[in-house]
Design a protein around this ligand. Structure first.
Ligand code: NDP
Length: 252
């Protein structure tokens, strides 16, 4: 039986865990062929095996989004194996909060390299495929993962939140270029979502604060965001959900 995304080709970055992993499984379940990209090849191989076991089609591409040449090679591989992408879930990211006056320049750079420069490398490599697909089939999707941090100030998260404000604003701006070419651009801004993201935090006080937040309210699951991605991509071609903030009900 035909599914909403049958015939479509999705690329998901940050697919080795959390939101990207859940999105890959969900989009494959909706009928898309999926290319899953992240650095941890073993996790991607397991994911591909699970998708194939469930009857889907997937390929794993181990790449670092901050490596522009590797991302371009990934785009060539998707073109070669699947004929090009018409759905890009640009989701890889890192969150390394610290008090701004600790001047953690290494962590600032890591967030800039991944959340901004890496995001741009992926856009640069795959937008031509999206534009081509939209011209051929009438619609394509570019969905970027931003954060509620793009909207609100949170102490200790300034650089992360600013990197996500870039993602939200870039998404809005790109619609002006890509909307007339039938490429829908969307930014999803999740609130607290239980993933590995928090496990990379090195500041003990902030880790404790995050652990406390888990006990005070029920966090989203990666699957909650995955269904949002599937929903956006399944809408009629005339409908572009530009920006979606998805919050745990208890998070204010
Ligand atoms: P995870 O840590 O579980 O997932 C992050 C993913 O990004 C992993 O697959 C990781 O894979 C990948 N990644 C990180 N750096 C790179 C890199 N340089 N090159 C390629 N892939 C990379 O966290 P989430 O699922 O939560 O994060 C997904 C997105 O959601 C991020 O952009 C995050 O900022 C955003 N977000 C998350 C929220 C939350 O509460 N969890 C809230 C708001 C936004 P690998 O290490 O294998 O490369």
């Amino acid at each position: 039986m035909s599914q909403p995304l049958t015939g479509r080709v999705a690329v998901i970055t940050g697919a080795s865990s959390g939101i990207g992993e859940a999105a890959a499984e969900h989009l494959a379940g909706l009928g898309a062929r999926v290319a899953v990209l992240a650095r941890r090849a073993d996790r991607l191989t397991d994911l591909v095996a699970r998708i194939e076991k469930d009857g889907g089609t997937a390929i794993a591409i181990a790449a670092d989004v901050s490596d522009a040449a590797a991302v371009r090679a990934a785009a060539d591989q998707v073109a070669g194996e699947f004929g090009g992408a018409d759905l890009l879930f640009n989701n890889a990211g890192v969150m390394l909060p610290a008090p701004i006056d600790e001047v953690a320049t290494g962590q600032w750079q890591q967030m800039i390299d991944t959340n901004i420069a890496g995001l741009m490398n992926v856009i640069g490599a795959f937008v031509p495929q999206l534009v081509k697909a939209a011209a051929e089939r009438g619609v394509a999707d570019l969905i970027n993962t931003s954060s509620i941090g793009a909207q609100n100030p949170y102490a200790n998260f300034a650089v992360y939140c600013a990197s996500k404000a870039y993602v939200t604003q870039l998404s809005k701006q790109m619609r002006a270029d890509l909307g007339p070419k039938n490429v829908r651009v969307a930014a999803i801004e999740p609130g607290f979502t239980t993933t590995e993201l928090q496990s990379h935090v090195t500041d003990p006080g902030i880790s404790e604060w995050l652990e406390g937040a888990k006990t005070q309210l029920e966090w989203l699951t990666p699957g909650d965001i995955a269904v949002t991605v599937g929903f956006i991509a399944s809408l009629p071609a005339r409908v572009n959900l530009q920006q979606l903030t998805v919050m745990p009900t208890g998070q204010t």
